[in-house]
Design a protein around this ligand. Structure first.
Ligand code: NAD
Ligand code: UGA
Length: 458
């Protein structure tokens, strides 16, 4: 079969794998190839056991793989053959040198840019799909302009806004697709080629364009605003616990104001995930670089409140359980950073588990999808940790349960049965406010929600 265009994606992770599967699914006339330096990842994409869990992903990969969707480690050939290259490599926080702990580690995309330069034999459109610091496209253009073969590269910014757990829905019905480009004739032509791809399934009025720097910045700002909303509501959970106000009632009341909206107001043990923290730190670093210290401090506080919230949750557990949890058995319901994903990157569960172990508690961890990652995250930790897929088995013989991830399955458990199997007094710390607290109290539990008065039998 001959294809209209060859699309390549460098980096087959959560974003590269899912977005390319969607493009292949919606555009059978394009050949889509995903390459990665990690051969295990590529082997998994080619197997029945995909490297990521994402509802709806399996079926679209299975229906397109081998037809117009291909996964390979042959990066060189992929680059040679492609007319459009998406760059979707990871952009973690730098762990060394200048900007360590704050700035983005740019070695991955720079290697990619140099490899594109080295292997290209024809002009190409390069699409920034990863979340990059503002003005990365400029650096990318500078590197790519070093070629001596009269090849022209147009660099576009097309940040991804999908959230894990709903990635397929987000990709199929995006709120918007953002494309940043230069306003030169070739920049506009490249932009139109990318619009043509998305227009296969995204309504035209949802495909918006901007200059490249606005596009790069919009991605960081979107994540900063989302995280800020959660930090804001979480900051008031502390207030509610002091004043006997109820955070869910407050969230409902403010969320009905159409200017505020009701999304991202769920109180929690703190937000996690691979991007919020790194993207805010990236923004903070850029602000300081431009001498905007007040702006940097404002956004840094969003991260500080999140750290405070995680610490507060552990402190509440400790003080509720008579200021000692040494030797007590505590069950964590959930380890993923949110429901419907097996991803545990920056999950608050890691912080909570580590702190509880520091206090010499014994941990039992249960999660429907994240136990493998939990084992990796806690590998080598100095303490007693066990794992069980079955929440009933996990809670058996425990002094306390802490709900860490808001999996639906936890709402419908037989808590009477669980209560009977636990050590008394039995505690539940609902870090997501997903359970029926009154019912649990009536069963006999001492219940500690987030941002609401505790229900205790003492
Ligand atoms: P990931 O770690 O899951 O995937 C990145 C992949 O790139 C890895 O498989 C890695 O092996 C590969 N890679 C690194 N260097 C490479 C190279 N030189 N050549 C080929 N492959 C290479 O990361 P992710 O979660 O997919 O995120 C990728 C980017 O997308 C990040 O910038 C992230 O901020 C952004 N983003 C992520 C999400 C999300 O929900 N995960 C959502 C929106 C945006
Ligand atoms: C987030 C954004 O929602 C995406 O738009 C963005 O593309 C992505 O980051 C990224 O750049 O990586 P994601 O991290 O997958 O997506 O998940 P979210 O649904 O945003 O949740 C993030 C964290 O906030 C989770 O730990 C979640 O449990 C927590 N959260 C979310 C709350 O505590 N309360 C809420 O009301 C919502």
């Amino acid at each position: 079969m001959t294809f209209k265009k060859n699309i390549l994606c460098i980096g087959g992770g959560y974003v590269g794998g899912s977005t390319m599967a969607m493009i292949a699914h919606k555009c059978p006339h394009y050949k889509v190839t995903v390459v990665d330096i990690n051969p295990t990842r590529i082997a998994e994409w080619n197997s029945n056991n995909l490297p990521i869990y994402e509802p709806g992903l399996d079926s679209i990969v299975i229906s397109t793989r081998g037809k117009n969707l291909f996964f390979t480690t042959d990066i060189e050939r992929g680059i040679k053959e492609a007319e459009i290259i998406f760059v979707s490599v990871n952009t973690p926080v730098k762990t060394f040198g200048a900007g360590a702990g704050m700035a983005a580690d740019l070695q991955y995309w720079e290697k990619t840019a140099r490899q594109i330069l080295e292997c290209s034999e024809s002009s190409k459109i390069i699409v920034e799909k990863s979340t990059f610091p503002v003005r990365t496209a400029f650096a990318m253009e500078r590197i790519l302009s070093l070629n001596e073969n009269n090849i022209h590269f147009d660099v576009l910014s097309n940040p991804e806004f999908l959230a894990e757990g709903t990635a397929i829905k987000d990709l199929e019905y995006p709120d918007r697709v953002l494309i940043g480009s230069r306003e030169t004739p070739s920049g506009v032509k490249a932009r139109n080629e990318l619009i043509e791809i998305y227009a296969n399934w995204v309504p035209k009025d949802r495909i918006i364009t901007s200059n490249i720097w606005s596009s790069e910045l919009s991605k960081l700002v979107a994540n900063a605003f989302l995280a800020q909303r959660i930090s804001s509501i979480n900051s008031f959970t502390a207030f509610c616990e002091k004043s006997e106000a109820d955070i869910n009632e407050v969230a409902r009341a403010i969320g009905m104001d159409s200017r505020l909206g009701d999304k991202f107001l769920n109180p929690s043990i703190g937000w996690g995930g691979s991007c919020f923290k790194k993207d805010i730190f990236n923004l903070v670093y850029l602000c300081r670089h431009y001498g905007l210290d007040e702006v940097a401090n404002y956004w840094e506080a969003v991260v500080n409140i999140n750290e405070y919230q995680k610490e507060r949750f552990v402190r509440t557990m400790l003080s509720a359980m008579f200021n000692t949890i040494a030797g007590k058995k505590i069950c964590l319901f959930g380890f993923a950073f949110k429901a419907n994903t097996g991803d545990t990157r920056e999950s608050p569960a890691i912080f909570i588990a580590t702190k509880l172990i520091d206090e010499r508690a014994e941990l039992v961890i249960t999660d429907p999808k994240a136990l493998n990652n939990a084992r990796i995250d806690l590998n080598g930790i100095n303490g007693a940790v066990s794992y069980s897929e079955d929440p009933y088995e996990a809670a058996d013989g425990c002094d306390a349960i802490a709900v860490v991830t808001e999996w639906e399955v936890y709402k419908d458990l037989d808590f009477k049965k669980i209560f009977q199997s636990m050590v008394k007094p039995a505690f539940i710390f609902d870090g997501r406010n997903i359970l029926n607290h009154k019912q649990l109290f009536d069963i006999g539990f001492n219940v500690f929600p987030i941002g609401k008065p505790a229900l205790t039998h003492f």
